[in-house]
Design a binder for this molecule. Structure first.
Ligand SMILES: [Zn+2]
Length: 751
């Protein structure tokens, strides 16, 4: 989730007389290791090896493919993409837009392949089981007519920008270094003056274009992800490229295009349209793109998103993000794609629908109640909204037979979702009794801004500061001591705001942090050298813990403590610490690779559970968030979070094919690069695979899938983290992880 400015203003209104400055974010500290697969002191088990004969589609679903051919194109052009193929007048490309025409630069490495266009459509936070004929008729239809991946995976942590980095590059997070939407930079972002800003938070929030650019600026290569993206590769090979939609994951698709020139954005070659387009913090548009938007009557600023977050006493939004997303879909089909058609070169387009994620986070259907949670009418409307955007894109493609015959569509979602718990730790209604629940947290109006006895935002940082006896600071809020010059200048006298739940709110102290992040220990002084002993970044279902001096004893103490907390779901530690009871090594989940961003020392997922056994839609996630119980969150390690939504259709994919093999967001770019005949260069080796089984004539067909589990050494109290995953072609697909109470000897026989 992301706080709106309005939220922050409200939250800190009481401090307005004081010297408070909100900090944006960004950052790096080179450090790399590389290890492909885990093999520490853990017990691995093969539970079963399932053989999949290449699953032929049933006759009935195969037939349904041909029934959709409604545009009169020859069957060899492939099935119509949209269920309803009626072209919307005025948006169809002209017949002269055959992608094969036009000046494809000689760098194009696809001489032996026909020209192909690619659309990657990401429905943010769309759960696999949310798709049905009523709420998502387009996707429901695609599942039947294209390839339906019924064993798909988000990468853990199941958060947006990490999965955006995987979708973009085809690498796991240990290589991309995008470990969470908010991650520790190693320095105060903007400390070199990018965008005219002063030094800000060391906990960078990545759904922010200047923050992404500042991260790039701190890396010699100008690309903080340290891996080439599909969009960048296609751009270099002469394709038209565009990324349109949600702020953050959109720019991640070709993030080196943001690397600042003279501390400001250059004008990128890739068309990047997001929430910030046209604003002071927006990425510039090339003149021809601006002209195309204006000519289409859209202007150069997206419709404003209006979805109130709500509070502990006021429900959030009751409407999906329809207006803003309609602008993006119109921009794609009425300006950008027609522009591409006019210049005649093939294209790769990423369209990132904020819905259903944004609406599921903020909806007001279920304030302080676990039911209906994110299964109410507002969240369902958001699923329908994403589906409508997809339909609009498919209608555009379907309207032109040549375009349809040359365009592959890959639909995915970055992660699953769950209903937020800020109290219950299981389906029987037991509540957390951890230390942070003991206080009454008051907001700016003097009334509780957290339900009394429930978990506040930043509860993990509060708990760990208490455990370790360290001072706690909010990295996202700055104060300057009285008489110390102008506010928020990032000068040496500035400090991050102290946090203390035991003290009443004042100008110089708050009970909980703004977004959950925390600096533990040190002086709180804003300086290039961060002197905190421990840094916590809050990510909803998963928080990251950084220990810059790599103190093993401290790491072990924290892990042992967390293994005994009622909110903890699973624990992972940097393998450089060696074996630590209770936690699995981070290399077991592909978080250790060639990343240039600082690697967390400990990754904590919070507990999740199902209200109804077997129904992932009933999942509840304990969350470190400013949002309320009953709203929505993700980031954790239950299957409800890792089970995303993946479908593909087009001339290079099988028709009416159900793929039972494990697939993940890291497999998208390798597969599409393969289709385009392009070779993705690679720094690290934590790569996804080409989904050959989904491509006609390329399936290996009978490779075994191994279902495995991995369990950590147990603590003295018998706590161990157990990971369930699948293995195929040397890749690991992570299903879920959770703490168990099993003694080590017993755990061996588990699952
Ligand atoms: Zn997301």
């Amino acid at each position: 989730m992301r706080l709106s400015v309005r939220d922050l203003v409200r939250f800190f209104a009481a401090l307005s007389a004081c010297t408070v400055t909100l900090i944006a974010a960004a950052c790096t500290e080179p450090r790399s290791t590389s290890a492909q697969t885990p093999a520490p002191a853990v017990v691995a088990q093969t539970n079963s090896a399932t053989r999949f004969a290449s699953t032929a589609p049933s006759a009935s679903t195969a037939l349904s493919a041909s029934t959709a051919l409604a545009t009169g194109a020859s069957p060899s052009a492939g099935p119509a993409l949209s269920a309803s193929t009626a072209p919307s007048a005025g948006t169809a490309p002209s017949a002269s837009t055959a992608p094969s025409a036009g000046p494809v630069p000689s760098a194009n490495a696809t001489p032996s392949r026909p020209h192909r266009n690619i659309i990657i459509f990401v429905a943010d936070g769309l759960r696999h089981d949310s798709v049905n004929a009523v709420d998502a008729p387009t996707l429901f239809s695609l599942r039947k007519r294209g390839v339906h991946f019924i064993n798909s995976h988000s990468l853990y942590p199941t958060l947006t920008t990490p999965n955006a980095s995987a979708i973009a590059t085809g690498h796991y997070l240990g290589d991309t270094g995008d470990f969470s939407n908010t991650e520790y930079a190693g320095y105060p972002t903007f400390n070199h003056g990018d965008f005219g800003k002063s030094a800000g938070t060391p906990t960078a929030f990545l759904e922010n274009d200047p923050a992404l650019a500042d991260l790039d600026a701190h890396v010699p290569s100008g690309n903080f992800l340290n891996e080439e993206s599909l969009l960048a590769l296609a751009r270099q090979h002469g394709f038209n490229t565009a990324a349109i939609g949600k702020l953050g994951p959109v720019a991640v698709q070709d993030v080196s295009q943001l690397n600042p020139t003279d501390h400001h954005f250059p004008t990128p070659q890739t068309v990047i349209l997001d929430d910030s387009t046209g604003s002071d913090s927006g990425i510039p548009l090339a003149l021809e793109v601006r002209s195309a938007l204006v000519a289409a009557g859209l202007g150069t600023r997206p419709t404003t998103r209006d979805q109130p977050t709500g509070t502990v006493s006021v429900p959030g939004t009751m409407a999906a993000n329809i207006g803003q997303q309609k602008w993006f879909a119109d921009a794609a089909t009425q300006a950008v794609l027609p522009l591409f058609a006019r210049n005649g070169r093939p294209f790769v387009l990423v369209f990132w629908s904020r819905d259903p994620d944004g609406t599921q986070h903020n909806h007001g259907d279920s304030l302080n109640e676990l039911q209906p949670g994110i299964n109410g009418p507002t969240s369902r409307a958001a699923v329908a909204n994403a589906d409508a955007n997809l339909k609009q894109l498919l209608d555009y493609v379907d309207a032109e037979p040549t375009l349809r015959a040359s365009t592959d569509i890959f639909v995915t979602s970055d992660h699953g979702f769950a209903t937020i718990s800020k109290h219950e730790i299981d389906g029987r209604g037991h509540g957390s009794t951890s230390y942070p629940t003991r206080f009454t947290y008051l907001g700016a109006d003097g009334k509780p801004d957290v339900h009394p006895g429930w978990l506040p935002p930043g509860f993990l940082a509060i708990d760990l500061a208490h455990l370790l006896g360290l001072a706690l600071f909010d990295p996202d809020i700055q104060i300057a001591p009285a008489g110390a010059g102008p506010q928020g200048e990032g000068n040496a006298s500035g400090r991050y705001l102290p946090i203390d739940p035991t003290k009443p709110n004042s100008k110089t102290s708050r009970q909980h942090s703004a977004t959950g992040n925390g600096l533990l220990g040190g002086t709180g002084v804003i300086q290039d050298h961060i002197d905190a002993r421990v840094i916590v970044t809050a990510g909803g279902g998963t928080d990251l813990i950084y220990i810059p001096d790599h103190d093993r004893a401290l790491a072990q103490r924290v892990v042992d403590f967390l293994s005994r907390q009622d909110y903890t779901g699973a624990l992972f530690v940097d393998s450089a610490f060696g074996s630590i009871p209770g936690a699995l090594p981070m290399n077991a989940i592909a978080l250790e690779g060639t990343a240039v961003m600082p690697r967390p020392s400990i990754v904590v997922s919070f507990k999740s559970f199902l209200l109804k056994q077997g129904d992932l839609l009933s999942a509840v996630q304990v969350s470190d968030t400013l949002l309320q119980e009953g709203q929505g969150m993700h980031g954790g390690f239950g299957r409800e979070a890792t089970f995303n939504n993946m479908v593909a259709i087009g001339p290079d994919f099988k028709q009416a094919f159900t793929d039972p093999l494990p697939v993940s967001n890291a497999d998208v770019a390798p597969t599409l690069a393969h289709i385009l005949g392009l070779q993705l260069p690679s720094v690290g080796n934590l790569q996804g695979r080409v989904l050959e089984e989904a491509l006609p004539g390329e399936a290996r067909g009978t490779d075994p899938v191994r279902h495995r589990s991995l369990i950590s050494p147990a603590t003295a109290t018998g706590k161990a983290t157990r990971l369930l995953y699948q293995e195929l072609h040397g890749r690991h697909y992570f299903d879920s992880a959770a703490l168990t109470d099993s003694k080590p000897a017993k755990a061996k026989a588990a699952r």
